[in-house]
Ligand binder design. Structure first.
Ligand SMILES: C[S@@+](CC[C@H](N)C(=O)[O-])C[C@H]1O[C@@H](n2cnc3c(N)ncnc32)[C@H](O)[C@@H]1O
Length: 205
């Protein structure tokens, strides 16, 4: 695909999950946000940069239909190997999320992004991302964004990041989305370093 895809492929090819700087053995912070969403049967969740996150296993345990996207084939292959047998309700996508998704992409009830959006640095890329949010999320659907906060690190995975406030997320999503809940959360990475995030859940009208 692109240099960006190669960058991520190299990281996933050279490290175990637990060596990844963003590895979360415990995904309760995200699950607590999802528990704020009234439960519905057979909801569909879209992950724009799934990586090899254990959130996927938790969502499968909750009988969620999944659309799992990532720019890295390595990440998708590793995730598929881990959960493939349980994958009857999974749709796999290999797209740069800053570029338009295929026409007819599956509509989702919830979009969950942990540490993907903040790697997009230019206005066209960020606009492309939010265009995809609007193309995927159903009316009354939800968007959970968990990105490095204003006090967060300036770089991750060898790349510069764009740090977020809840206000910037709200403005970029536009008036169709209203804030449900937001929190600052300090993730401690596997090396023991604190990584301040901002988590914000929005609902579409
Ligand atoms: C820091 S990791 C986070 C992975 C996962 N969300 C988690 O919480 O463990 C960033 C992920 O986003 C993917 N990614 C980076 N840029 C992307 C892009 N433009 N489009 C799609 N995926 C991207 C990477 O391959 C990687 O899996």
């Amino acid at each position: 695909m692109t240099n960006r895809a190669e960058h991520w492929n190299q990281i996933f090819a050279s490290k175990t999950d637990k060596e990844l700087g963003w590895y979360e053995g415990d995904v309760r912070q995200t699950l607590a946000f999802l528990d704020r969403i009234p439960s519905e049967k057979s909801r569909t969740v879209f992950l724009p940069g799934a990586g090899t996150s254990l959130l996927v296993d938790e969502l499968l345990a909750r009988d969620t239909r999944l659309v799992l996207n990532d720019i890295s084939r390595e990440a998708l292959a590793r995730l598929k190997e881990r959960i493939g047998a349980r994958g009857i309700e999974i749709e796999w996508l290999h797209q740069d999320i800053s570029q338009p998704l295929p026409v007819g992409v599956t509509q989702a009830d919830i979009w969950i992004d942990r540490a993907v959006l903040h790697f997009l640095l230019t206005e066209p890329e960020i606009d492309g991302y939010f265009g995809n949010v609007r193309a995927v999320v159903k009316p009354r659907g939800y968007v959970l964004l968990a990105e490095f906060s204003e006090t967060g690190a300036p770089r991750c995975a060898g790349l510069d990041v764009h740090r977020y406030t809840v206000d910037e997320m709200r403005v970029r999503l536009g008036q169709e989305f209203s804030l449900v809940w937001a929190e600052n959360y300090t993730f401690v990475n596997p090396a023991g370093d604190p990584r301040p995030y901002v988590y914000a859940l929005f609902q579409r009208t």
